[in-house]
Write a protein that binds this ligand. Structure first.
Ligand SMILES: [Zn+2]
Length: 274
């Protein structure tokens, strides 16, 4: 199952996981039907929805908390253009440093290659001169966002990462679950790892998928609209109409594991939000 040479759908539940999940012991049976209905009402595809500690994991890498599911803000028009944010954003007060905790080494920590990827992701954000900056700590208590390993089971079945959206109180989502085997099992470069981590950080500060309105743009398969998901999908002014794979936004739903530094539209979006 780890041989994904044909297409390497990162940023969460890989494509093959999505298809595997239907064939194997599908976890969606464990999600109550009323919750599946609610996820669908909010515009997400409930197929493959899984129960996680924080709520439910849907659409490969997005965590919908119980709060998200209760916040049925469906007043937002679903746009069909590029670069989207959630309604809740991080309050900066003009300047705010967000500390990311990541454990290093050992069975539950990250390898040097993974940490190098995290540091590169942080450097990419910090290079943009935004009102938010990031730094890394090895002291769990100091972390605003705690990046910890996925379960071995999830890592081994190809889950790559997951994150949620900012809180109504203006804080970033507090947790990134990230695979620790992106280099050791998939051979990703520091830049490739940085791209995935930057993507999950993007969710934590309010980015939705660039191609959320049609994940097939980056994931292949049939067109699939994630909808507003109850968290808003607000078009960011100044960003163009339509997503394309060629533009390689770091917030596309799926990636082939290659490097996707911020493109000009990503930078416009970051600048607008922060
Ligand atoms: Zn994502």
């Amino acid at each position: 199952m780890k041989k994904l040479n044909y297409l390497f759908p990162i940023l969460a539940l890989a494509l093959f996981v999505a298809s595997c999940a239907k064939d194997t012991s599908s976890l969606e049976g464990e999600v109550p039907q009323e919750i599946l209905d609610k996820i669908a009402q909010l515009g997400f595809n409930p197929d493959g929805a899984e129960i996680v500690d924080e709520g439910y994991r849907v659409e490969r890498d997005i965590i919908l908390t119980h709060e998200n599911l209760e916040g049925t803000d469906v007043s937002h028009r679903v746009p069909n253009v590029e670069q989207y944010s959630t309604t809740n954003l991080v309050s900066t007060g003009g300047s705010r440093n967000i500390v990311i905790y990541a454990p290093v080494g050992g069975g539950k920590g990250y390898s040097a290659a993974m940490i190098a990827g995290l540091d590169e992701a942080i450097a990419r954000y910090n290079a943009e001169g935004l009102e938010i900056t990031f730094s890394r700590t090895t002291n769990r208590r100091n972390g605003d966002i705690k990046m910890t390993r996925l379960s071995k089971r999830d890592e081994n079945r190809g889950v790559l990462g997951s994150a949620g959206f900012p809180t109504a109180q203006g804080d970033p989502y507090g947790e990134i679950k990230m695979s620790g085997i992106l280099e050791s099992a998939y051979g990703l470069s520091t830049d490739g790892i940085a791209t995935i981590i930057a993507h999950e950080i993007g969710h934590c500060v309010g980015f939705r998928h660039t191609d959320y309105f049609d994940r097939s743009i980056s994931c292949g398969g049939s067109p699939a609209n994630e909808g507003t998901a109850g968290v808003g999908a607000n078009h960011i002014p100044g960003t163009p109409t339509g997503a394309s794979l060629a533009q390689k936004s770091f917030m596309l739903s799926c990636t082939d594991g290659s490097n996707r530094p911020f493109n000009n539209d990503d930078k416009t979006a970051l600048e607008f939000l922060y």
